[in-house]
Design a protein around this ligand. Sequence first.
Ligand code: SAM
Length: 305
Amino acid sequence: MYHIPAMLRETIEGLRVRPDGTYVDVTFGGGGHSGAILNSLGSNGRLYSFDRDIEAYENAGSIRDDKRFTFVHSDFRYLGQWMDYYGVTEIDGLLADLGVSFHHFDTAERGFSFRFPGPLDMRMNRNGGKTAADVVNTYTEEELARVLYMYGELKQSRQIARRIVQTREQSPLLATEALVRSVAGRAVTAEQLTPPQKKEMTLVFQALRIEVNDELGALREMLQAALRLLAPGGRLAVLTYHSLEDRLVKNFMRSGRLDGEIEKDFYGNILTPFRLIEKGLVASEEEVESNPRARSAKLRVAEKI
Ligand SMILES: C[S@@+](CC[C@H](N)C(=O)[O-])C[C@H]1O[C@@H](n2cnc3c(N)ncnc32)[C@H](O)[C@@H]1O
């Protein structure tokens, strides 16, 4: 199974798809959300879906033949340039379902999960760019500690960075299992980790993944392009999975600015390009029961004024 879309109904409702509108799904993944958007569109509607991982497109099945659909194999940070290329000056809605797909987590050779032995890769786009092995073997101890602290919010970031550097002085860390052993401080398999160690390992892997794919940098650029492209009344729907990206999206939707700074007019009214529609909706208990990975999903929707 490539992916199970989180909060599908709530997201599509939040987007309030207009049948003849132009929509963008910047995170195609398994195509669950894109498929639902296409189902809500009429024959004149259009959907542009991005994914930086070509395997998403290869798995897309019959959606690929839909005349209303265009797949863009690119990082969504280039949203503005691609819309220019296709001659799209305005869009009626944009969806971002951030992070990685189940396919990434569950495919050992992609290196995203500490649960499987595999290469320390973690690139969503395997055509180029640095891998997680490049990060753990070439960053200074200080830089590693910063990545672990900023993107994993790990209190033990300095100790973990120290252990990684000590390990790589013996031999480079090239595999997930080597990183697990180094972080745990002893020879141990993923199954032997205690629950707190598993939590720590999840955060170490998350931090490296965010660094490898520059996830927050891409999100910032995409949000600014989305604000420019959205037509008045157009909607921006974002599903986030951890507090760093959620904070960024929340601030942006409140203020229209990446730094989240609120501007006010002479009378003290907040100046913002958005009206907030959903302020952090989470998945229902039923959904989390059938799809535990939806537990961390948070949906925010804003409408361009
Ligand atoms: C959570 S999944 C999306 C799942 C999708 N909504 C579905 O219904 O199957 C996130 C997808 O976005 C892609 N992705 C993440 N960051 C990206 C970026 N900066 N540019 C393009 N694609 C990205 C990943 O490769 C992954 O396939």
